[in-house]
Design a binder for this molecule. Sequence first.
Ligand code: IPM
Ligand code: MN
Length: 358
Amino acid sequence: MLSPKKENKKYKIAVIPGDGTGPEVVQQALKVLEAASKKFGFDYVKTVFDFGGERYLKTGNTLEDKDIEELKKFDAILLGAIGHPQVKPGILETGILLKLRFSLDQYINLRPVRLYNEEFCPLKDKKPQDIDFVVVRENSEGLYKGMGEFKNKGTPDEIAIQISYNTRKGVERCIRFAFEFCRKRNKKKKLTLCGKTNVLTYAWDLWERTFYEVAKEYPDITTDYAHVDATTMWFVKNPEWFDVIVTDNMFGDIITDLGAMIQGGMGIAAGGNINPQGVSMFEPIGGSAPKYTGQHVINPLAAICALGMLLENIGEKQAAQAIEQSVITVCRTKLKSLAAGKMGYSTEEVGDLVVNNL
Ligand code: IPM
Ligand code: MN
């Protein structure tokens, strides 16, 4: 959908297994990649990078500028998870994950929310057709920019300021992407802006003005607005109202965890960090889940879905669709649950099930 299929091309895929259960789920995704390449006749070469907590503890390095330059040579990146129990929170997240997103200008975080099996939905009476939407999260600005300061640190008069940084260009490119995506998706053709215009009167004034200006170029798309707090309410009460949602970095982070829960949990939720003109990176959004490391119980479907998104992004649409279809079949006919340790199968067996149903 995002780029045309290239004939006779050997895709260069960078793989960052990362921390915790990241390597285990990535291994299953790579198994599916190998099977899909045979079935759909495309060629690829993968290069594995050891960025993550272990490497940081050994070398003190998170990610260097030369690593970024290296990654720019790839067609896509598959990421497992970043986060290590022995490393203070924030170091790996900003030093690796956010650095990748920012340096590669992956300004969209695309997070599909789709229920594959109603038995896995915590909401009463919601069916697969009721939960099928996509969140377009701005991925390069907002509160994630890291701007702010302390005043009088450590004193009773301490002040901590954290700035939400929004540029017209940054907001507009995200909103434009969302309109285009909604048009191509061709479902309800409805784009909802999720914000907080009633309180955050600078940032959301810019977002709202830009949204309605760009909307004039998309008369085929119905526009809607919901405050972020109300959005969380509608996710639970009427998720069927949504088609595509566009929002800023922080709100997108928050609402997509809720989105993951209503689609069945972190075990199935995947996302893409997209640079439409450059290298994009795909990841299961659940994190490194260290307590399940090495136990063969973690659900690899989110990583496999991330691989599906990766293949769609590089132009292997058929393979992407087949992978999603196989995941749907496995969810509907095999798994007892999507949660770690409760699937009724091991991590490796779930990977095999997806391969066998391709
Ligand atoms: C996510 C994660 C990251 C984020 C963390 C690990 C920095 O929660 O991808 O949603 O906040 O973006
Ligand atoms: Mn998150």
